[in-house]
Write a protein that binds this ligand. Structure first.
Ligand code: GLP
Length: 250
């Protein structure tokens, strides 16, 4: 058993659900309430988005809320965490393609209000986000090596948005999505500085395969060796886990 979360605040912010689907209902409700509050005062809601298997139940739930008329996205701007380098946006395995398939094509967000980091000038993403006052809420998954977005081990907490070489373990984890063997080995990632400047962070993890890295990221001293550990220092990180991913927390 790996040691318990570092402090009481962290513990308070850990929500363990029976399933990813149940957690997704709670997170979607939180996001839709925040969108509506911003709508009431005529403000844009700036929502950071992740890709991968982890956020899919949440996206299903947001689509459901939209279809029921419970939320609309006209005052929302989205900011994705990352994109592969030198990939066609028409490629369904690009994160542009993933987001259209899993969310954007099913809700009323104008595509010009959806933002991604660009390989041409990655740090421009940080300037763009800072110029609008930062992100309101950002959802995150966690890689098996402790990366968030594509901030691989070695990424410092003030790292900018940038082009990064993917770790061998990340390539091994994600190559299943590229059966033709054409997986890019570099990506453009939002940096840890912009991530940690976000008002509310929501880290999600499901299943036994995430149990060790979740326990380690919550109990170790924050360091670049395990980028997700920097979330411990953020005043408002909410962890949504299921019984599998929480199974190594005491
Ligand atoms: C991917 C993404 C991350 C994601 C993580 C976990 O490679 N760059 O943003 O959170 O790795 O992926 P999954 O949700 O499929 O486990």
């Amino acid at each position: 058993m790996i040691s318990e979360p570092a402090n009481a605040t962290l513990r308070k912010n850990i929500h363990v659900s029976d399933s990813a689907a149940k957690a997704a209902v709670a997170i979607a409700r939180k996001i839709s309430n925040a969108i509506k509050q911003h709508q009431l005062i005529g403000k844009t809601f700036r929502l950071g988005l992740a890709t991968g298997a982890t956020p899919v139940p949440l996206y299903k739930e947001l689509i459901k809320l939209y279809q029921q008329g419970d939320v609309n996205f006209k005052n929302v701007h989205t900011y994705n965490l990352d994109e592969y380098d030198e990939i066609s946006f028409d490629n369904p395995n690009s994160y542009h393609g993933f987001m259209r398939e899993n969310l954007f094509d099913h809700i009323n967000i104008p595509l010009e209000q959806t933002h991604f980091p660009s390989g041409d000038d990655p740090a421009a993403y940080d300037r763009e986000i800072a110029s609008v006052g930062g992100l309101d809420l950002l959802i995150l998954g966690i890689g098996s090596n402790g990366h968030i977005a594509f901030n691989e081990p070695g990424s410092e907490k003030d790292s900018p948005s940038r082009l990064i070489e993917l770790d061998a373990s990340t390539i091994a984890d994600n190559k299943q999505y590229f059966p033709d063997g054409d997986m890019p080995t570099r990506a453009i990632t939002m940096g840890l500085k912009t991530i940690l400047d976000t008002k509310t962070l929501v880290l999600m993890a499901w299943g036994d395969s995430k149990a060790s890295i979740i326990a380690e990221s919550l109990s170790c001293t924050p360091s670049a060796d395990l980028p997700a550990s920097f979330l411990q220092d953020h005043p408002n990180t909410l962890y949504f886990l299921d019984h599998g991913s929480a199974s190594k927390l005491s």
